[in-house]
Design a protein around this ligand. Sequence first.
Ligand SMILES: NC(=O)c1ccc[n+]([C@@H]2O[C@H](COP(=O)([O-])OP(=O)(O)OC[C@H]3O[C@@H](n4cnc5c(N)ncnc54)[C@H](O)[C@@H]3O)[C@@H](O)[C@H]2O)c1
Ligand SMILES: [Zn+2]
Ligand SMILES: [Zn+2]
Length: 379
Amino acid sequence: MRAVVYNSPRNIEVKEVPDARIEKATDVLVKITTTNICGSDLHMYEGRTDFNSGNIFGHENLGVVIEIGNAIDRIKVGDMVCMPFNIGCGFCENCERGLTGFCLTANPGFAGAAYGFAGMGPYSGGQAELLRVPYADFNCLVLPPDAEEKENDYVMLSDIFPTGYHATELAGVQVGDSVVIYGAGPVGLMAAYSSIIKGASKVMVVDIHKDRLALAEKIGAIPIDDSDGSSVDQVLALTGGLGADRGCECVGYQCCDHKRHEVPNLTMNNLVQTVRATGGIGVVGVFIPQDPGASDKLAKQGQIAFDFGQLWVKGQHFGTGQANVKAYNRKLCNLIAAGKAKPSFLISHELPLDKAVEGYKNFDARKDGWTKVVLKPGK
Ligand SMILES: NC(=O)c1ccc[n+]([C@@H]2O[C@H](COP(=O)([O-])OP(=O)(O)OC[C@H]3O[C@@H](n4cnc5c(N)ncnc54)[C@H](O)[C@@H]3O)[C@@H](O)[C@H]2O)c1
Ligand SMILES: [Zn+2]
Ligand SMILES: [Zn+2]
């Protein structure tokens, strides 16, 4: 099969590799029809996390089941399915509680597994023609009859739509709230979209990229351009000096100042300043325990100089971590099926798998107009 393979930092290729196959009776084999490039892939692409040469990328996957293992009960050949980027077993203590992003079985010795992901187990990614799906009765979301027609919407259920939603859950967004979101990448846009769906009264999205901010405005959020570093003042001005009720971090450890220099504590400290006293903050942008590639001494050890005193004085709370996609994907799927959500609005490029190199290069450069790339193996 053809697959997107990592060689070394910013050096990937699409090449022929051995076919993915059923390895356990609880697996199914999926022929991938849509698979996205994600901001999380870029940490690996840039060589900032340990991703081995030869590994296959891809954790945002949708396709058709072509073979099932002997122990599969529910999933049938021909089903069109979307997989959460997390691989859960369904029976461990965390999966039982809906915390499938922290499965204790799928990646022994670590809480959490995913496809094509550094540190998340031995599972190959789906930026390929075929994908092996473990614990498939549990992990596959079988899509409604309009799956093909709305494929570019449903594929967002694999990660960014539930992840954006998760940010709003961690922050505690409720009807009528004002929300500030740092990052207008795909995840930040989905956090804004989820806030709007939940009935937030005012949603402010901060970034420096005009194309991404334009999408935020298109869905009814207030774009805040931080090109001169004034986002904190702008948010405070829009919230009577008090700050927003809720805040979402959708950037992660590679966040930058307005001159595009990495300042790993910037978004977290800006959120402490721009969320009101007693407000909530949801942190879905990725922060990692070691970052040898960082220029900052603290960041190399996975630490940031965090305004904890301010957070404490303001009585704020925050939640962090990988999104438990399965906790939300069915309900968000219902919204898409009912025509009440259309997360494909952020797609800028639909490319054949063979053009993945071009997709990575431009998305990584945050090149103007490259807001989300979906790959179509077989086209
Ligand atoms: N928790 C999860 O389950 C989960 C799932 C998916 C993605 N992620 C993470 O979410 C983050 C965002 O993903 P994405 O796909 O949107 O990535 P992305 O890199 O495309 O978008 C990040 C955006 O943040 C902006 N940005 C950088 N510094 C900023 C700052 N100081 N203030 C405001 N905006 C700033 C960038 O300009 C960019 O538009 C990544 O860290 C990704 O790994 C987490
Ligand atoms: Zn992703
Ligand atoms: Zn589990």
